[in-house]
Design a protein around this ligand. Structure first.
Ligand SMILES: [Zn+2]
Length: 343
């Protein structure tokens, strides 16, 4: 009875939402959201998928988990019978690359920034989990890449050390749609994978780079969350920069990590707007920033210390030289070389 009710409620509220069960009995839910005539966002368990449909075929960004891919393929077929020819992974995390092997089997060519492939290969070699070789992207790039597909230029560009060390964003130039990967969580504190090369400063710089590529009418598919706008992206850059500066000030004023995470005024206006209600809590966010600031300031301090020591050494040497000159003034004859001594 209950299941029947849920089924009716689902039909009633959203015809685009699909609940199904995969072969291994896992419940799968997906939702296809139209961004414009040819670009769709697919939400489900894991990162947001971007899809471009057109005469050439299907172009896909990220593919969530292996357990959902069968349902995702069915959803794609409701829009186009053409194959998924190209797939771009925005980074290596499993909720964005889990469907890779199954898509590769159907002939999809997978692209990513080179660090994504290196990280995935590392996971395969560690053998912690059984991961097939086929998840590996076949084509990698270091900085950027352009596709000419479905009637538009699709610009893929690397963001350095932001969410991870292999992030890429994808910009559909005609459609004016940007997929940011996880560098942008719309309206939520971001997850920064510092163990895999991520950093807050990299996120800020990356989002600033994105702002230069797009314009005020751009529609934005975030890594997680709902479709956003230029303004949403700008708000996130401001939030990150402001909170970073506040934490840095407190660090300079010798506040400890434990003291900083208890300072509710550092994030007050953002907490009130629900930024801390997502995957990353306010406390976790502040800890990541504090540790990054500490590391950066530590580097600055240790460099200043090294420079101070080097300066002292030079000053000491000069003092000693001056003393020596005072004690042993050179005799005029010592400075005159013999005429046979020319070299
Ligand atoms: Zn991620």
């Amino acid at each position: 009875m209950l299941s029947k009710l849920i089924f009716i409620a689902t039909l009633f509220f959203s015809v685009l939402t699909v609940y199904s069960q995969s072969d291994n009995g896992v419940n799968v839910y997906t939702k296809l959201i139209k961004v414009n005539n040819k670009i769709y966002m697919l939400q489900g368990k894991g990162g947001n998928i971007g899809l471009s449909f057109g005469n050439d075929g299907v172009f896909m960004i990220d593919d969530q988990f292996a357990e959902s891919i069968e349902q995702i393929q069915k959803d794609i077929k409701t829009i186009s019978k053409k194959p998924v020819q190209f797939l771009v992974n925005t980074h290596f995390h499993a909720d964005h690359t889990g469907g890779n092997a199954i898509l590769a089997e159907t002939g999809t060519i997978i692209f990513s920034q080179e660090n994504v492939r290196t990280r995935l290969l590392g996971m395969i070699n560690e053998e912690k989990k059984k991961i097939p070789q086929e998840i590996l992207p076949m084509v990698t790039f270091s900085e950027d890449l352009t596709f000419h597909y479905n009637g538009e230029k699709i610009y893929v560009f690397h963001i350095h050390n932001a969410h991870t060390d292999g992030d890429a964003m994808v910009y559909f130039t005609e459609s004016n749609v940007l997929h940011t990967g996880d560098v942008f969580f719309n309206g939520k504190y971001p997850f920064i994978d510092t163990e895999n090369g991520g950093s807050i400063t990299g996120c800020i710089e990356g989002l600033e780079k994105a702002i230069m590529v797009i314009n005020e009418d751009t529609k934005i598919i975030p890594g997680h969350g709902d479709v956003g706008t230029y303004k949403d992206l700008q708000n996130t850059v401001n939030m990150l920069s402001i909170v970073y500066k506040r934490v840095a000030m407190n660090y300079i004023n010798k506040k400890t990590e434990e003291e900083v995470v208890k300072m509710t005024d550092l994030t007050k206006e953002y907490d009130e707007n629900g930024y801390g209600d997502g995957f990353i809590s306010t406390e976790a966010f502040l800890r990541v920033i504090y540790n990054e600031v500490a590391k950066e300031r530590g580097d600055i301090e240790s460099n200043a210390e090294k420079n101070r020591k080097a300066r002292e050494k030079v000053e000491k040497m000069m003092e000693e030289q001056a003393k020596q000159k005072e004690n042993n003034p050179p005799k005029p004859s010592q400075n005159i070389k013999g005429s046979t001594d020319l070299d």
